[in-house]
Structures are given as C-alpha cells and as structure tokens.
Write a protein that binds this ligand. Structure first.
Ligand code: TYM
Length: 327
C-alpha cells in the first residue's frame, strides 16, 4: 500500500506560475511513489471576503488546472476539502491542543493583521490549525509546498508532537518539500507572486497577455538605458530565466546584461518564448477539460469519497486516543 500525503491550493483566484512551480509540478513527480491527496481547500478560501456565487466555478477551475498540469486521478486523490467533514472535525480537536499565543506569533497571521487591521476573523486566526488537520488527517510524512507555507509546516510538526506526547504516538511529524521554484517573485519584482497582489502570470494567460506582462515587468532598477550595464543577480527577469532557460541562455543573458551586449528587450524575448512554451499546452488542455465540466465533477466527487475513507480511519483512531468513545 502506498503512503498518502496531503497538499492543496485555495480556490481563491486563477492558478499562477508560482502555484505551478512551487507546488503542482512537484506533486506530479510524487504521484508514482505515493497515493497523494490533493485538496481544493475551500474552507480556507472563506477566511477572506469572497463571492459565494463564484465558488463552484473557482473549484472547477482549480481542478481543471490540476488535471491539465498532469495530475492523474488514477494515481492521486483529487478532492474538495469541504466534502470531507473530518477536516473540520480534526481541526476542532487540534484547536484544543493549541495556544492562542502560538497562533498569534505565526508570521503569515502577523502579515494579514498588518494588511487588514481591524478585519481579523477567527477563521483567519485559526487557519494554520485547519491546515495542520488537512495534513495530519492523511498521516503525511512530507508536504510539497512553496516557501511561504514553511511556518505552517513548523506549526503542524509542533501540534503533532504535542498530540503524540499527550495521547500517544498517532501522527508523523511532516517535513516540507521545497522545489527550486519555491519562491517565485511577482512581476513587480518586490513581492512574491500572489493572487491577492495581482502581480501574476496565470496558467491561462494568452501569449499576448504574457508578452504584455513581461514587456512592462521590472528589471534591474539601476539599468535605465540600453547602454547601461546591468546586474542579473538583482534582476527579476533573470530570476525567471533561472527557472525556465537553458544553461547556455542563462550565460548569454547574464554576460550580455553585465557587458550591455544585449538589452532588456532581447533578454525578455528569450524568456517570453519559454513562458509561452510552458503555458500554451496547460491553457489548451485546461480549456478542453472545462468544456466537459461533468467529467471534472465526477473526478472531484469520487476523489472526495476516497479521501473520506482514509480520513474516517484516522478520526476513529484519534477519537479513541482522546477518549471520545462512549457507547
Ligand atoms: P495557496 O493557495 O496560497 O498556494 C498554493 C500553493 O502554491 C504555492 N505558492 C507559491 N510557490 C512559489 N512561489 C510563489 N509565488 C507561490 N505562491 C503560492 C504555495 O506555497 C502553496 O504550496 N495554506 C495553503 C493551502 C493549504 C495547504 C494545506 C497546503 C491548505 N491546507 C495543507 C498544503 C497542505 C495556501 O494558502 O496555499
């Protein structure tokens, strides 16, 4: 029997290349060795303001993105978090093992409070506990994620340790698995690529969108004119080259930038070709899949049922450990 692990994405916007390189690409590589559970984490997505009438379409869209990228429903379990009520059930039990002080020190929470002072709901505060429940419910040993999720994994390990010490060995302490694309920067060159900052290259962008976005994307801020030499190490476009380009192209762009042998326009052209090459097949496959939404729905419902079977076993063990076995 293959081991499981859980990872997921919030259906809070279109998938972007940060999601793809930081998470989905690694997921695909791991689906032969494990039987992974990939969630569309809709309970997490309602911790911020959202439009209820759009949620089902967002879930379908995320699933189409997963499948287009190469997740295989015969190897992986693709599911919707809110259809497996054990996620919130375990989150409650883990809440009882969590201190408010610890949650308030999680950097992602502190950041959200800075962004929205006065608008911090319990769901947002408790977000890492639900995420720990997602992970522990499937007894994950590994969790492939982007770098921004590392504080949540640290917290998950702590809560697993606390539970095991208090009630007996139940959960593994899961390790994050980070790829070379674990922190993809946004087109602004200042923040990580993020749906909420609108600084993204999306997996369904057209060639034209990509060309336009890269044409106006930030480069080395000190290189103002074509004849100025630049520093690729601080150029955001070069950070994308490191992910997408060949070693020869990397050398050509770095050397050309330092010596002013090539301008930013030429350097960007090489990148655009790679982005188009990567995104076009994903976009086309996604559109094909979205033309048959019933087939996607079937995969999601069957995946949620499969996930629930595993989740029920863990919950029975957890309830027995904590003494909720009356009758
Ligand atoms: P979310 O929806 O923000 O992002 C989904 C995945 O994409 C990664 N990612 C990035 N990787 C590299 N560079 C970027 N710019 C970038 N932006 C996003 C994220 O690290 C993540 O792996 N809390 C999670 C969802 C979640 C989850 C879980 C993940 C809920 N329960 C259990 C793993 C396990 C989140 O908000 O991801």
């Amino acid at each position: 029997m293959k081991k499981h692990f859980f990872s997921g994405i919030q259906p809070s916007g279109r998938l972007h290349i940060g999601n793809y390189l930081g998470a989905i690409k690694q997921w695909i590589e791991l689906q032969d060795e494990y039987e992974p559970v990939f969630g569309i984490v809709d309970y997490h997505a309602i911790t911020a303001p959202y439009e209820p009438s759009e949620m089902s379409a967002r879930i379908l869209d995320a699933a189409a993105g997963y499948l287009a990228a190469g997740l295989d429903p015969d190897k992986s379990i693709i599911m919707i978090q809110s259809r497996v009520s054990e996620h919130t059930e375990l989150a409650w039990i883990l809440n009882c093992q969590t201190s408010m002080g610890r949650l308030s020190r999680i950097p992602t929470f502190k950041e959200k409070v800075r962004q929205n002072p006065g608008e911090v709901g319990m769901g947002l505060f408790d977000y890492p506990v639900l995420m720990a429940a997602d992970i522990l419910l499937y007894k994950s040993h590994i969790v492939p994620v982007g770098e921004d999720q590392v504080p949540h994994l640290e917290f998950t390990r702590e809560i697993a340790r606390k539970f095991n010490t208090t009630f007996g060995d139940t959960f593994p302490e899961p390790a994050e698995v980070l790829s070379t694309g674990a922190k993809v920067m946004g087109l602004d060159g200042e923040n990580k690529m993020s749906k909420s900052l609108d600084n993204c290259i999306y997996l369904d962008d057209s060639d034209k969108d990509i060309q336009k976005k890269i044409a106006t994307a930030k480069t080395d801020p000190a290189r103002k004119r074509r004849d100025d030499s630049g520093n690729p190490d601080i150029c955001n476009i070069y950070s994308y080259h490191k992910i997408f380009s060949t070693p020869e192209e990397l050398e050509y762009c770095a050397e050309g930038c330092r010596s002013a042998g090539i301008g930013c326009v030429e350097c960007k052209k090489i990148l655009v070709a790679h982005l188009e090459e990567t995104i076009a097949p994903l976009r086309e496959k996604r559109n094909e899949l979205l033309a048959k939404p019933d087939a996607i729905t079937e995969i999601l419902l069957a995946g949620s049922d499969r996930a629930q079977k595993i989740a029920r076993e863990t919950m029975a063990e957890v309830k027995s450990r904590i003494g909720l076995t009356f009758g």
